[in-house]
Design a protein around this ligand. Structure first.
Ligand code: PLP
Length: 424
């Protein structure tokens, strides 16, 4: 719906998100888009219907500027088109976007669009639990080999990329949850680009794709496509949605043919984001940088204020990294440290539970990225399926609490954490 909308070139993301993608004349002049809840669309002519099906079926290519009739809302609908067009400027390097009804739907659909039995996928760990189950519990029995590499270990990641057979995808989640370990995106992209052609075997003739789960620091503070990645994937449920009231996912890229493959799988699976949800998410885009900057500022001030607190053994936060390699990655890859902080309490699980019980502003809940501050105990919740050995190795201790900062007043939050720390 952007064709009729004229806007100057080279606008900054904060401006472009408000000026592109929506033509009021197509919504009877309303300043905000209408919600188009129709499941089907009336064709302008039988010829236009035939043309739309030819393009959808890959038998014809859309010519530049061509207006193709909409068909059916499992394939596409105006609110998805508006959202997909408006989100593009927020992630530098993006030319195409596709929206899904959850972050997991975005990850699953992108992977299934490019992987087939006999291929392999490299992924960093820790990784989001759903993604781990998708790879280990679904893709592996389906004949796709999963190769786990610890986050932050570029040497091991390079080795895995060079030695994997039929490598189809390198999937990196950075920073990793909940210990904020960072993986070097640019180096992984360079290693993939340096693979000799055909090295990944006959069944995957193209170079492997690098996909980044950018949920934690994007789109404000980390830009994977600009660093060389092929796809940047989001759980829009988190910072993009921003109010803990919507489930959604987005896949952003720069290769129209690749995105077309992903879209055709979305049409098949039926996991497009519904019109009402698109409209809601649309209204959140213009404030995502504002919210994330405030959340990051709150997190940074609190984390730095709590350094040396007698009840805390360690604080996991980018500006407090001590490992030189982690510091280097953070400085090269991210513009701000972000809104997630993990603190390890000296008193272990009992202290962590007491802390959560006594919080008066922050609420004890999983998920993140909302305007309200949330805290949780990963070892007994989000990471409870892990073995004790894996948890210990990843630094997810009994006393670890992860905090997702909201936009409240910083001094109120700090006082709340301080009083909760005293309540043992
Ligand atoms: C929440 C999350 C997901 C899954 O997203 P849903 O919207 O819940 O499906 C994937 N990756 C990361 C990093 C997440 O935090």
């Amino acid at each position: 719906m952007s064709k009729a909308t004229k806007h100057p070139a080279n606008l900054k993301p904060e401006t472009a998100v408000l000026t592109r993608g929506f033509d009021p004349s197509l919504s009877v002049g309303s300043a905000r888009p209408a919600v188009f809840r129709s499941s089907t669309y009336v064709f302008s002519s039988p010829e236009a219907a035939e043309r739309a099906f030819d393009i959808m079926g890959g038998r014809a290519q859309r010519t530049p500027g061509e207006n193709v009739d909409l068909v059916y809302s499992r394939f596409n609908h105006p609110n998805a088109q508006i959202l997909e067009d408006q989100i593009i400027p927020l992630e530098p390097g993006t030319t195409v976007a596709t929206v899904f009804n959850s972050g997991m739907a975005a990850i699953m659909t992108a992977l299934l669009a490019v992987l087939k039995p006999g291929d392999s996928i490299i992924y960093t760990v820790p990784i989001y639990g759903g993604t781990q189950t998708l790879i280990q519990g679904f893709l592996e029995p389906f004949g796709i080999q999963g190769i786990a590499v610890p986050g932050g270990r570029s040497d091991l990641l390079d080795q895995a990329i060079r030695s994997a057979k039929n490598l189809g995808v390198v999937l990196i989640e950075t920073p990793a949850n909940p210990t904020i370990v960072m993986t070097d995106i640019q180096r992984a992209c360079q290693t993939v680009a340096g693979l000799p052609t055909g090295s990944n075997g006959g069944s995957a003739p193209q170079r492997p794709l690098v996909m980044i789960d950018n949920t934690f620091l994007g789109p404000a503070f980390q830009h994977p496509l600009a660093l060389g990645a092929d796809l940047s994937i989001y759980s829009a449920t988190k910072y993009l949605g921003g109010f803990s009231d919507i489930i959604g996912g987005v896949c952003l890229g720069k290769d129209a043919a690749l995105m077309q493959k992903i879209r055709s799988k979305r049409s098949l699976f039926g996991n497009i984001l519904q019109p009402d949800e698109c409209w809601i998410l649309n209204s959140r885009l213009p404030t995502v940088y504002l919210r994330m900057n405030r959340q990051s500022e709150n997190a940074k001030r609190t984390a730095e204020s709590l350094v040396g607190h007698p009840k805390i053994s360690k604080i996991y936060y980018p500006t407090l990294f001590s490992d030189p390699e982690q510091k280097r990655i953070y400085e090269n890859q991210c513009s701000e440290p972000g809104g997630l902080v993990s603190i390890d309490l000296k008193g272990g699980k009992a202290a962590a539970f007491d802390f959560l019980r006594h919080l008066q502003i922050a609420r004890d809940a999983v998920s993140l990225g909302g305007v309200e501050t949330l805290a949780c105990h990963p070892r007994s919740t989000t990471h409870s399926a892990w073995s004790a050995k894996d948890l210990d190795e990843a630094g997810i201790g009994d006393g670890l609490v992860r905090i997702s900062f909201g936009i409240e007043d910083f001094s109120d939050l700090l006082s709340d954490f301080e009083q909760a720390l005293e309540q043992e």
